[in-house]
Design a protein around this ligand. Sequence first.
Ligand SMILES: Cc1cc2nc3c(=O)[nH]c(=O)nc-3n(C[C@H](O)[C@H](O)[C@H](O)COP(=O)(O)OP(=O)(O)OC[C@H]3O[C@@H](n4cnc5c(N)ncnc54)[C@H](O)[C@@H]3O)c2cc1C
Length: 538
Amino acid sequence: MKPLDAASLPEGTRLEAEVVVVGAGAAGVTVARELARSGREVLLIDGGAELPDPAIQALHELEAVGVPLRPGHSPRLREFGGTCNLWAGRAMRLTPEDLVARPSVPDGAWPIPWSELEALYPEAERILGLPGPGAFDPASWLARASPDERRLFDPDRLVPTVSLWAPKPRRFARDFRHELASLERLRVLLRAQAVRLLQDESGVRVRAVALRVLGGPALEAVGRHVVLACGGLENARLLLLSTDRDARGIGNAHGLVGRFFMDHPRAVWGRVELRPGVVLRMLRGRPVPGGKVQLGIALAPALRRARGLLHHHATLEDEHSEYARERYDFAVRLGKRVLRRGHAGARFDFRGVSAGRLPETIYLLTPKEILPHPLYRLMWALRERLPRRPRPERLVVVHFCEQPPDAESRVTLGERRDALGLPLLRLDWRIQPSVVEGMRALEEELGERLARTGLGRLVPGSGEPRFTDASHHMGTTRMGVDPRTSVVDPDGRVHGMANLWIAGSSVFPSGGHANPTLTIVALALRLARRLAHASRLS
Ligand SMILES: Cc1cc2nc3c(=O)[nH]c(=O)nc-3n(C[C@H](O)[C@H](O)[C@H](O)COP(=O)(O)OP(=O)(O)OC[C@H]3O[C@@H](n4cnc5c(N)ncnc54)[C@H](O)[C@@H]3O)c2cc1C
């Protein structure tokens, strides 16, 4: 069935389904698909349309009062398919130690065992179309690394991390469009903005989701179960806006909704000068059959534990990489806009790109995006064969940092209102001193290894690092066993509510350094299975 446009429905329409999923990004599409495939009747609702709509996108504006966000970027999208219409597709796994409380992350324990997440990852990886299986094992890539890079690593000091990309980043609306349309028990409703959750008299059940269309009708969606999958910030906003029975909002009896906001602070800090002739293959990232891989660098777990350090990793990038975006020249941008094909695919319907979206569009259109995968691999292979005059090479060290959960780093409802009259979010993002301490330790170790192995030298970052966010919004409805310290239970159900569930990175109690979307998809699969079981019982 084709998606239904909420604007075409009469005022007061009430739509019913066994499960109502609000938000059709990576999390919502995964939950809805999994549930519908197991025979549940699902209504998947999104506020966005099939193409970007500036008036709808403006509902996502936010006021950043803490550490500023990346200028010129939308940190999230309100459109069918969600922010993955824009994401860069880098996937990483969390590690077992990320799930446990450590001296550097005392409040970060996950209430689920590593074995459960580990069992879910392979399916999540298939959903994202990543190379595999087993491609997250660093040993297999180290075997293909150059002798120089192998010398850099030492299991007791400096270890490799693995990032993977699919040949094309998964665009959830576009890539699953046909399947979603073919699932008999699934309906998709677009341009319907969830504005509030309405509770029944018991206060423990959501009776309906109140929906509004911009300049159009008010509607209601009713389900035996409701899943919020509106993204790491908007999930919290909806709970805070739902004040019919409690002025603090739903699930907020202990004032935790919106708190513990985390991102992955990233910064270009030190520089590496390689000795002439040193070859780095896997550390610079390379296309492989079925996608792309890049090794990164992290301190060995034992070393971090002994020194109470956070779990950061860093990559080495050419100075003209995306991280030094200002060096992109105009001709390249123009060429990319004109080509508008390949990796980025049909998403680049330029009718939808306004001047304001240009920086983020350019961000995506790298050769990896534009070229079909086999051509991209060929380009690499040829580039590597070109004879080069040995000369010292300079690379930048790009840090991707873990941050400890901090109750003062948070979102609240602000003063400004959106076009529906609802308060916009106010984001007070904090970065703790331990983040910089971990970066220094990583650079010190890297510098020592480079010197000891004769591969080159590190010019450490000086002054304070200039952080940007990574649009990884985590922690605002954290998961835990105890309702006094968490918002959702280990299954993803809001504490004290019988039929309200949350999917997405807002439930992460801590975030490691791994980009979140792979884990979002893994947890969405888990939630769908829990919910399929629960809905059989209620
Ligand atoms: C430039 C950029 C690059 C990124 N690169 C990476 C990367 O390389 N790797 C990685 O892991 N992550 C990356 N991310 C983050 C990644 O995009 C997110 O983790 C992921 O999209 C989150 O999925 P989600 O489904 O939880 O939320 P979203 O994708 O934000 O989906 C939420 C959905 O809910 C809808 N919605 C929101 N509020 C309402 C409402 N009130 N009513 C109705 N519908 C609503 C929205 O329209 C949207 O479709 C990147 C993000 C950006 C901005």
